[in-house]
Design a protein around this ligand. Structure first.
Ligand SMILES: [Zn+2]
Ligand SMILES: [Zn+2]
Ligand SMILES: [Zn+2]
Ligand SMILES: [Zn+2]
Length: 350
């Protein structure tokens, strides 16, 4: 029944990766590819051909360009959301969806009404664990003003309410307030809260009564911390926080440009939320809101639940072990895919 070159056909189909559709001449090369690619159901996926992509950026390329897959692009143009890259049922459904998917920047008016809050032990923020976002605006220290010092810090809750917002008085002299972007003047810092005090307040607030060494994901009172490039922010605040509690939009693989390169928060907000930030004088509140919106969008992705979702979970350690090579080479691409697990923690687990 099989017509031309049956062997060639079988080989081709058998050696096609079930996730990214790359094809391999030899089955052992596909096994090697699966061993190192950590494909999973948590990867961004094309709603049309079901191809898995490492990041939303590569999915965007697949759907929009510069080198799109033509069939997918055509359907995407009709009923794809250009922000979250989901495919809807009809052009009309897309229109309704996209209106909800795009955020507006209408923050400035709201922000003006909030004023400054520097008390981190307010009612309602002392109890159960929750997610908060933090951002700093940096001013300059050192002889040439290039040393980043935190001049203003903001923390918000999941509903974009400001919890903490204050100028910070650095421990070393400020040589450049970077007024054009920060809107900070030297006199604002004169009576500002000293860095040591800010550090202690934030540290206590994040840990929420939990000793640092005891903090475990999903098991205690410590809060999940959202931000963009948080290493730098926490450094400047001299705050230490365990990485298991950190959700950084600069380091989350689906939101990165490549496996090593982050996207800027400005770009992510424009591309995935549909509005502009960081124009003119900037407030850290705006960055907090953008990171929280990105976090909520990533967290609300619907992915299948798995008992042991990470490649590093003990149950998965041997999935692609070299001593299983023969067994793996007899598997279909789909069977291999079923064994494959993610190498990053997907935020849909939160
Ligand atoms: Zn693949
Ligand atoms: Zn997921
Ligand atoms: Zn596709
Ligand atoms: Zn959308």
């Amino acid at each position: 029944m099989i017509l031309a070159s049956p062997l060639f056909q079988t080989v081709r189909i058998r050696n096609k990766c079930a996730a990214c559709f790359r094809q391999f001449n030899k089955i052992e090369h596909l096994v090697e590819h699966m061993r190192t690619s950590y494909h999973s159901i948590h990867e961004p996926m094309c709603g049309i051909c079901k191809k898995h992509c490492r990041s939303f950026e590569s999915l965007r390329e697949h759907l929009i360009g510069p080198l799109p897959k033509q069939e997918c692009k055509n359907i995407f143009n009709l009923r794809g959301c250009k922000f979250c890259l989901t495919i809807l049922d009809s052009p009309n459904a897309r229109r309704i969806h996209q209106e909800r998917c795009q955020f507006s920047s209408g923050l400035i008016g709201r922000f003006a009404n909030l004023g400054f809050r520097d008390n981190l032990t307010m009612d309602g923020y002392t109890r159960e664990p929750q997610v908060v976002a933090l951002a700093c605006k940096m001013i300059g220290g050192g002889s040439d003003g290039s040393l980043d010092l935190c001049g203003k810090v903001c923390i918000i809750d999941e509903h974009e309410n400001m919890i903490f917002h204050t100028y910070v008085k650095p421990q070393i002299p400020v040589t450049n307030c970077r007024y054009e972007t920060t809107g900070i003047r030297p006199e604002f810092l004169r009576d500002a809260m000293p860095l040591k005090q800010v550090q202690k307040k934030i540290q206590d607030f994040l840990c929420n009564g939990e000793p640092m060494w005891k903090i475990r994901p999903r098991a205690g009172r410590a809060r999940i911390l959202v931000g963009h490039g948080l290493d730098h922010d926490l450094d400047s605040l001299q705050v230490e926080y365990p990485s298991i509690m950190i959700r950084d939009t600069a380091k989350y693989p689906p939101l990165m440009k490549t496996s090593k390169l982050s996207n800027s928060l400005k770009y992510l907000t424009q591309a995935y939320l549909g509005y502009d930030i960081q124009t003119g004088i900037q407030d850290p509140y705006e960055d907090c809101v953008a990171t929280m919106r990105l976090y909520n969008r990533m967290r609300s992705q619907v992915h299948r639940r798995e008992d042991c979702p990470l490649a590093s979970d003990p149950q998965n350690r041997n999935n692609f072990a070299s001593w299983r090579q023969n067994e793996l080479e007899r598997m279909s691409p789909e069977e291999m895919m079923a064994l494959s697990r993610s190498d990053y923690y997907c935020w849909c687990f939160d």
